[in-house]
Each structure stands twice: as structure tokens, then as C-alpha cells.
Design a protein around this ligand. Structure first.
Ligand code: NAI
Length: 306
């Protein structure tokens, strides 16, 4: 199971700048043939410019790698299909899809325009759906695929002013979880990164200079290249990556309580048990999901009281 990507074909969306550029450069250095997709608009998603993708293709070629540009938007089904078709036309197949393209329309929820909500969803959530859908059939048929989503702390923990972006970033995690189950039998693995990096998207956050130096987007890409490789054997896994630090982020359920379902289960009963239900110190990562918890709790009913 090699870490190298020789012979593999990758699409990186939004690869004309920031994180996507670094992912594309590293995948190419690892041996992959890369489609550098980028619409080339502003951070808020206005305009377009083919120079963004062209520049990164040129950089890859200077290093001796193989790449072609694509200037389409991820945000419609037809254009997303053309992005994946670019890989198939140029290199004969699609093995790796890095869904990275993104825009921002930050505003507090009360002041936000729901048109911005729709636009942000169109790029982050629907863009991820459309590109993944276009790659899904070929990957399933060839029984090999590595798909990486790009989520955000705004989706997993929340962030002021990012209700549209955070909900799109959290929505894609539901997609990841379901696709991971459907893809496993065909060796199509679907994972996510939650990055932190200094890019044009984050350069106005008022971070101090010495901290900014640590946030090189290149520090994130090794996680992406690993998730894109044969060596990757995990699916539905969220890797956090920032400033050279990496971790795994996951949802866990607390031990909770089990009432006897043959007795009335009342709001007062729930109220009295709330501190135990809410006690995160009982969250056990080894219990597999909510169904595992349900069975574990029901089993306690069968046991005689200690
Ligand atoms: P960036 O603005 O430098 O790069 C995003 C790229 O996506 C741009 O080159 C842009 O032209 C392209 N793009 C935008 N809309 C597109 C569309 N419809 N179709 C094709 N390309 C499009 O930003 P950055 O920071 O590199 O962001 C990359 C991803 O990482 C985004 O999904 C972002 O939400 C995510 N992210 C970034 C974090 C950070 O700390 N920089 C934190 C958490 C998530």
C-alpha cells in the first residue's frame, strides 16, 4: 500500500490559490497527474479569471509534474461534470477528488441576506455534492477512489458571523458519513480535513505576525496527500490540520440513562436525569454510534440492579 501517487489521476477544486494550490503541488510531487480547477473569482465569489489555474499548472510543470487546468465553477451539476470529464479526457480516469473550492459571505445571522446563504451553499455544499456525484460512478466501477471534503471549525464548533458557511461545512459531514458507508464496498473512501491556514480567506482576521508565520497552508497538504493515497484505509474520518498540528475530530455520545420503556417516561424524569445525560465525561469513543449506545442501554435493563 503505497504512499506514492504514481499513475493516479487527481482533481483538486479551487486549486488556483491558498490551500488548494498547495494540495495540487504536493499531489503532483507525489506522482499524481492533476487537474487544477479554479474559477478564479474573488473571496466572496465574484468574477472569474483563468490565470489562477494556469499559474499553478505552470508551477507543477516547472517541477517536472503533470497537470492540466480547468476553469469551471463547482457550483452547477453540468460544470462539475465537465471538471471530472477534464480528468478523464486528459488522463483516462479519476482516482482522487479533493473538494476544496470555497467562498465567504460572512455576516451575523440577523443581518444576513439569505441570497448569501444560497450562494455559499451552492459552492461549498452543492459544489461538493456535484463534483463527488460526477466522480462517484467511475470510482465505484474501477473499485478505487479517494475523496476528501474540506470542512471547517465554523461547521464543527460554530463561529460568529459564519452561519451560512458553517452550516454548509457541517452539511457536507452528513454527506461524508453516508457516502463512506455506500463507498466502502467499492474501495471508495470519503474523508474530510478541517484546516487552519493563512490564505486570502483568513488574512484579515487580525492574527499576530508570529502566529501567522506558523499558518503556512503547505503544512495542511500532507494530510490530504495521505488521505488521497492507497495507504489510507479510513473512511468518514475528519482530520484537523493547522500549523503543523494534526488530530482527529469525531462526535461521541454520552453514556446517558435508560428508563424502563414499560413505565411512563415523563419530562420530569428527563429533567432529573439531565446532568447524567449531559455528562460528556461519560462519552466513550469505542461505542459505535447511537445504535451501539441504544443497545448498551437496553442491555442494562436486563441486568438485575446492583
Ligand atoms: P482561497 O480563497 O485562498 O482559495 C479558494 C479557491 O477556491 C480560490 O482560488 C477560488 O478562486 C476558488 N473558488 C471559489 N469558488 C469557486 C468555484 N465556484 N469553483 C471553482 N473554484 C472556486 O481560500 P482557502 O483558505 O485556500 O480555502 C480553501 C478551502 O479551505 C475552502 O473550502 C475553505 O472554506 C476551507 N477552509 C479554509 C480555512 C483556512 O484557515 N484558510 C479554514 C477552514 C476551511
Amino acid at each position: 500500500m503505497t504512499l506514492r501517487l504514481d499513475g493516479r489521476v487527481a482533481v483538486v477544486t479551487g486549486a488556483g490559490a491558498g490551500l488548494g494550490r498547495q494540495h495540487a503541488l504536493l499531489l503532483a510531487r507525489q506522482g499524481a497527474k492533476v487537474v487544477v480547477n479554479d474559477l478564479g473569482g474573488s473571496t466572496s465569489g465574484v468574477g472569474s479569471d483563468s490565470a489562477a489555474a494556469d499559474k499553478v499548472v505552470a508551477e507543477i510543470k516547472v517541477e517536472g509534474g503533470t497537470a492540466v487546468p480547468n476553469y469551471e465553477s463547482v457550483s452547477t451539476q453540468e460544470s462539475a461534470e465537465r471538471i471530472i470529464k477534464t480528468a478523464v479526457d486528459a488522463f483516462g480516469k479519476i482516482d482522487i477528488l479533493i473538494n476544496n473550492a470555497g467562498i465567504l459571505r460572512d455576516k451575523s445571522f440577523g443581518k444576513s441576506d439569505l441570497k448569501d446563504f444560497a450562494e455559499v451553499f451552492q459552492v461549498h455544499y452543492w459544489g461538493t455534492v456535484f463534483c463527488t456525484k460526477a466522480a462517484w460512478g467511475p470510482m465505484s466501477e474501477q473499485k478505487y477512489g479517494r475523496v476528501v471534503f474540506t470542512t471547517s471549525v465554523a461547521g464543527t464548533s460554530g463561529n460568529f458571523g459564519q452561519s451560512n458557511y458553517g452550516s454548509a461545512k457541517a452539511g457536507m459531514l452528513g454527506l461524508m458519513n453516508c457516502l463512506a458507508i455506500e463507498g466502502r464496498k467499492n474501495n471508495v473512501l470519503v474523508n474530510a480535513i478541517s484546516p487552519g491556514a493563512l490564505t486570502r480567506m483568513t488574512d484579515n482576521l487580525g492574527l499576530d505576525e508570529s502566529f501567522m508565520k506558523k499558518l503556512d497552508p503547505a503544512f495542511v497538504s500532507p494530510a490530504v496527500a495521505w488521505l488521497a493515497s492507497e495507504r489510507c484505509d479510513v473512511t468518514a474520518t475528519i482530520i484537523t490540520a493547522a500549523a503543523g498540528g494534526f488530530g482527529r475530530l469525531h462526535f461521541f455520545e454520552t453514556k446517558g440513562v435508560q428508563f424502563d420503556p414499560s413505565q411512563p417516561i415523563t419530562v420530569e424524569l428527563f429533567d432529573r436525569a439531565f446532568d447524567r445525560i449531559n455528562d460528556l465525561s461519560t462519552a466513550d469513543p469505542t461505542t459505535p454510534g447511537t445504535e451501539g449506545r441504544m443497545q448498551e442501554r437496553l442491555d442494562t435493563l436486563a441486568k438485575p440492579a446492583a
